[in-house]
Design a protein around this ligand. Structure first.
Ligand SMILES: Nc1ncnc2c1ncn2[C@@H]1O[C@H](COP(=O)(O)OP(=O)(O)OP(=O)(O)O)[C@@H](O)[C@H]1O
Length: 660
């Protein structure tokens, strides 16, 4: 032992210093038993070059520095306050003080007996005290920060001889990334000699550190859905240990320590938890995200059991709803390199991606006629407009013509126009037809399958010659149009039956974009949010309404025979009739809760009599569901009763009580 030990140190301190030097010289007989403490002593000697013979009084940082340290953990301090008060209430009578330090070891919050102010300040148990191991030597806070784990540093386990009467217990508080952001510590100036006397303190501090950590997590992810989980059913609500923040499609955003551990157990199946990779909840548990989203509405005790895929353990899960306002944030499609009108068509669905990519390539290829196919209400007109808006013709007109909606006798004059006096009943000045009106832009012919055969021939000529002859005119009018057509009918079958000209079909079908039914789309969630946000944006609200998770879950589960149009109607209905600005499952039209996708997937029952193609099943299903009430079906699909009758007629669907 060096001779330079100051004479003012008492015998106990001298002996302590001797034990430290002995450990440094490889003689650990009198060193503390805890490996963490021994390692820390060696760090203090060899790495930090602290001199045990020169005990240092506690260092308290200046007021201004303290303010800066407190500001850097302002949000945590706010969240931790209640926990700090509760813990201090429990330990104060036992003679403990409480310290909360930041990740640098500076005490940013303190609770202690004001009567002991002077002694506590001298011992470093004070606001602003610096407990960094590099300065203070082995101590609960500093060594906890270094080892990132809870620790007891009891009396002679401290490195600095001026601290050997103290007993301190500390636990780390980690942020949602697993980084230590603070340390919670309880310390006492005097304590029983036995090390074991502090075990209870360790449990208590660890418990409160976790509570503060979870409160901070809940605060940080208050705008997200949070699943709370525990292996004990009874404890999920009161003390569910795992917290996982998710997007409404189940994408994991963050997790607390227990949640991260569970996710990490999947290392064998996917990469470890990292900022770059986050699994979906359905990968972690054997669950469908819609089952999780429906927890609050579908189960009586508001929790459900799911099996963790990593180890087959059962976890009970409850769901915390996000704070209001989250959904007013604009949604961003994943594919942001696409022109905006195309990017808005959908998100992460293979069929929609194919449509988006092809549309991007075709947007300036005006001479390639595009045929858009898909069931009714899948967004064919929306796609046609997106194609127009994303191309060079965006500034030109977009003229949409619904061939099924114009009476057959008028289609010709509407499309081609007519000269003054061309026919009785026409306008005195004549009329510019819809095709000439589209010149310089896009002509969108919807329901092209409903165009009469005679007109098909004339349209073919227009497309070939790029000019129209209005009724009664002497000379043709030149036109410069891009033609996009749409149909939900089986044109091949119509060609076979002689109802559609094959040559026209090939001319229209320069490229085909096929839109998937809503029930088949993997990005259904995106569509729901998009339609909802658009409807909300159309109106003025004091508080923007929010779509609750249980409503989203029901919307995800429904089969949507009327596709996006029906979805839009359902959400419009809910917005118009909901009692509050929270749209719940109860605000949705009844039919959204009846026909779930699973039922839709059952083999279709043939109609009476049947000529069905797969495209007909949704209408048939809906008719059956509404007991053949045509008005109800028309309302559900957002179309008129005559249109329903026309479609039924075209598809050969007859109600059971029709005689012919
Ligand atoms: N991607 C989308 N985002 C938001 N709303 C959409 C989207 N696609 C379609 N819609 C809405 O759904 C409804 C139906 O769309 P659209 O008229 O384009 O369908 P369609 O397939 O042309 O229907 P139909 O076959 O009956 O003519 C419209 O109100 C439209 O605004």
């Amino acid at each position: 032992m060096p001779t330079s030990v100051p004479a003012r140190l008492h015998a106990e301190q001298r002996q302590h210093i001797e034990h430290i030097f002995q450990l440094g010289e490889g003689m650990p007989q009198h060193a503390p038993a805890q490996p963490t403490i021994r390692r820390s002593w060696l760090r203090c000697l060899n790495e930090y070059r602290l001199d045990p013979t020169q005990p240092r009084p506690a260092r308290v940082v200046p007021q201004q520095t303290l303010i800066e340290h407190r500001e850097s953990v302002d949000e945590l301090l706010h969240v931790a306050r209640a926990g700090v008060e509760q813990l201090y209430t429990q330990v104060a009578q036992l003679g403990y003080v409480l310290l909360l330090t930041d990740h640098r070891g500076i005490t940013v919050e303190f609770r202690g007996d004001p009567h002991q102010d002077k002694q506590l300040r001298k011992a470093g148990l004070y606001l602003g005290a610096d407990w960094d191991e590099r300065f203070a030597g082995t101590c609960a806070v500093g060594t906890c920060l270094h080892d990132r784990q809870a620790i007891i540093c009891h009396r002679q386990e401290h490195f600095d001889a001026s601290h050997i009467s103290l007993t301190c217990t500390a636990a780390p508080i980690t942020d949602p990334d697993g980084e230590v952001m603070a340390v919670l510590d309880i310390s006492s100036l005097n304590s029983p000699t036995a090390h074991d006397s502090q075990n209870f303190s360790l449990s208590l501090v660890t418990l409160y550190a976790r509570m503060i950590e979870d409160a901070y997590f809940l605060q940080s992810y208050r705008d997200c859905l949070i699943v709370r989980l525990d292996t004990s059913r009874e404890f999920v609500h009161v003390n569910g240990r795992g917290l996982i923040a998710i997007e409404e499609d189940g994408q994991v955003i963050a997790a607390n320590a227990v949640g991260r551990e569970l996710i990490n157990r999947h290392q064998a199946r996917w990469p470890p938890w990292s900022a770059g990779y986050a699994p979906r909840l359905a990968e972690v548990f054997e669950c469908d995200i819609s089952d999780v989203l429906s927890i609050n509405s579908a189960t009586q005790d508001q929790l459900r059991a799911f099996r963790a895929r990593a180890d087959n353990t059962i976890h009970f899960i409850s769901l915390l709803e996000p704070r209001r306002g989250r959904q007013s944030q604009p949604i961003k499609p994943m594919n942001s390199t696409l022109p905006e009108p195309l990017a808005r068509l959908g998100d992460d669905d293979p069929a929609i991606r194919k449509v988006q990519k092809l549309a991007e390539r075709l947007r300036n290829e005006s001479r390639v006629n595009v045929l858009i196919s898909g069931e009714t209400g899948t967004g064919k007109e929306v796609v046609a407009r997106a194609l127009h808006d994303s191309g060079q013709r965006a500034q030109g007109p977009f003229v949409a013509v619904n061939c099924a909606a114009i009476p057959e006798a008028l289609i010709e004059s509407e499309l081609f126009g007519y000269e003054a006096g061309a026919f009785t009943g026409g306008r005195a000045k004549g009329m510019r037809g819809l095709i000439p009106q589209a010149s310089g832009g896009t002509l969108f012919l919807d329901e092209i399958g409903d165009m009469p055969l005679t007109l098909q021939t004339r349209l073919l000529r227009v497309l070939a010659e790029r000019e129209v002859m209005p009724l009664g005119a002497n000379a043709p009018v030149r036109i410069d149009i891009r033609v996009i057509t749409a149909t939900h009918r089986d044109i091949d079958a119509m060609i076979q039956s002689g109802d559609f000209r094959e040559d026209l079909y090939y001319r229209l079908n320069g490229a085909q974009l096929h839109l998937p039914a809503l029930r088949e789309r993997a990005d259904k969630h995106f569509v729901i949010r998009q339609v909802f946000d658009e409807l909300v944006a159309e109106r003025t609200y004091a508080t923007p309404p929010r779509l609750r998770a249980d409503a989203i879950s029901a919307l995800l589960a429904y089969a949507w025979p009327g596709n996006i149009r029906q979805l839009k109607n359902a959400l419009g209905f809910a917005l118009a009739t909901a009692d509050s600005d929270e749209i719940t499952v109860n605000d949705l039209p009844d039919q959204c809760l009846s026909q779930r996708i699973t039922r839709q997937m059952a083999p279709p029952i043939p109609a009476t009599p049947s000529t069905n193609t797969p495209q007909e099943e949704p209408l048939l299903g809906l008719l059956r569901e509404h007991h053949w009430n045509i008005s109800a079906v028309a309302r559900a699909l957002g179309i008129s009763r005559p249109t329903v009758y026309r479609r039924m007629q075209r598809l050969g669907i007859k109600p059971p009580n029709w005689s012919c």
